[in-house]
Design a protein around this ligand. Structure first.
Ligand SMILES: [Fe+2]
Ligand SMILES: [Fe+2]
Length: 474
């Protein structure tokens, strides 16, 4: 479909031919801009930023680079191309045609899924809004803003679905997405993790590595949905999401590289000495991994979930990469899963696959998280040091599911609450860890220059040099 770039809302959904929808979105747009100005990135709003803007969904158009002031970013509505004769890929209605409209019986479930997904997008922008003040380089500052504007576009994507397919309730939900605020006392964001402010860059990189990856798996599950407009919306969002995880993975890699260089130079792995040298010691990094990974575990839901079984059976929400599974119906299939037994031990139990969908998604996510961890460990080994970064057990620090309120160490071994409290600072970032990380956060905005705790990137964005002025300061 041709795209008219002169339109107020760039789109490939033929908005111009749907006056009602166009008016509704044009009414929502100024509220979005107000929200962006008030709760979007602080500072730099009037600066030119070298941003990628999606102007269409094909290989050429979805990544157009150029200098843009963030409030002028062309947030738009883009759905992946419609697949001809697409059929339902899983559940009881496997093989039947997908839905182009919302079936009445799935309306409230679909609305809830879209609102929950939509809520995380502006939430993350709000969480990260102060990071510009302490950026380690212009390259990183630009990456932060790229992530932020794209999360803004993901909000647009969900708001489009609400306005286009959910009538009056959809319009109200779209308003509410701008009313809830991350960390607000009386009107917080829906999911707990999205109410924690992200006040330093180590956590930003951890967030983009771990929490955005949760987003990837949620989107992958929704990209399988029988509600075709939702599936196509999420398919396109995934192309943007990949960059967010790249920011996280390369950010953590560059921190490790810098630390390893200092370790080699000073011939030590002593955290105290390394902190004096202004880098992030690996045990501290591990504690941040423990914190961020474990705070993502609950986002997948309980191990056994009748809700997940229903959304799978009805075709509303699938599993990531459904095609890799052998059985797409899973009518009477079972799976084995670890669960606590009465004697305070772990036993293998059997559950139906349908009720274990959350666990299947969580398992796929954990495997994906491992990819970067393996690379980081290779770097450490190559530098000649004995240290292995590990993902904690999925039982660690859980609040829902089988392991809720069962106290474990990061390896997943049961310990007493007393022991957990005593060893807290060994497992998770301590007050002094956080204070140290904060002490490193100093704004660096000279092109090509990096803060002392992070190595320069291997390459710039879109083949530009690493010392390019990614955010125009002059
Ligand atoms: Fe997103
Ligand atoms: Fe993201």
């Amino acid at each position: 479909m041709a795209i008219n770039y002169q339109e107020r809302i760039p789109n490939n959904v033929d908005l111009g031919n749907d006056r009602r929808l166009q008016r509704a979105l044009e009414h929502w747009q100024p509220r979005f801009i107000d929200w962006w100005q008030e709760l979007g990135p602080e500072g730099f709003q009037m600066r030119d930023v070298y941003l990628r803007t999606a102007t269409s969904v094909d290989a050429k158009g979805w990544a157009t680079f150029g200098a843009v002031k963030m409030p002028d970013y062309r947030w738009g509505i883009f759905l992946a191309d419609q697949e001809k004769d697409r059929t339902i890929g899983f559940g009881d209605d496997f093989g039947k045609p997908v839905w182009q409209q919302v079936p009445g019986e799935h309306r409230s479930t679909l609305r809830r899924l879209i609102v929950t997904q939509g809520d995380t997008e502006p939430a993350s922008v709000e969480q990260q809004r102060l990071l510009g003040k302490t950026c380690p380089s212009l390259f990183d500052l630009r990456n932060l803003f790229q992530v932020n504007v794209e999360e803004g576009r993901h909000l647009w994507a969900m708001v489009y679905l609400l306005h286009a397919y959910f009538g009056r309730d959809g319009r109200e939900e779209a308003e509410d997405l701008l009313m809830r605020h991350s960390g607000s006392e009386d009107n917080p964001r829906i999911l707990g993790t999205f109410n924690e402010p992200i006040s330093e860059w180590l956590s930003f990189f951890m967030f983009t590595y771990f929490t955005d990856r949760d987003g990837k798996y949620q989107l992958k599950s929704l990209a399988e949905s029988s509600f075709d407009p939702l599936a196509r919306t999420c398919q396109f969002m995934l192309t943007e999401e990949a960059h967010h995880m790249y920011v996280g993975e390369t950010g953590i890699t560059r921190i490790i590289k810098r630390t390893l260089a200092k370790m080699a130079e000073l011939k030590t792995d002593d955290p105290a000495v390394l902190r004096k040298a202004g880098v992030i010691d690996l045990p501290t990094l591990q504690r941040f991994v423990n914190f961020w990974f474990s705070s993502c575990m609950d986002l997948f839901g309980a191990e056994v979930s009748s809700n997940a079984a229903i959304t799978f059976a009805t075709g509303v929400k699938g599993r990531p990469d459904e095609r890799v599974f052998e059985d797409h119906v899973e009518r009477d299939t079972v799976m084995e899963i670890e669960m606590p037994d009465d004697a305070g031990d772990i036993r293998l139990g059997e559950i139906t696959v349908r009720s274990g969908i959350n666990e299947q998604v969580r398992t796929a996510y954990i495997k994906d998280c491992m990819v970067g961890v393996i690379r980081w460990n290779r770097l450490i080994k190559k530098a000649g040091f004995e240290f292995t970064i590990e993902l904690p057990s999925s039982r660690f620090r859980r609040q829902i599911g089988f392991w809720a309120n069962i106290v474990t160490d990061p390896k997943g071994e049961f310990i007493s609450a007393e022991e957990f409290n005593r060893r807290h600072d060994e497992f998770l970032p301590s007050e002094s860890d956080r204070a140290y990380i904060h002490s490193l956060m100093q704004q660096v905005v000279e092109p090509g220059k990096m803060a002392g705790w992070i190595a320069a990137p291997d390459r710039g964005i879109n083949n530009m040099p690493t010392d390019y002025e990614y955010v125009h300061m002059s």
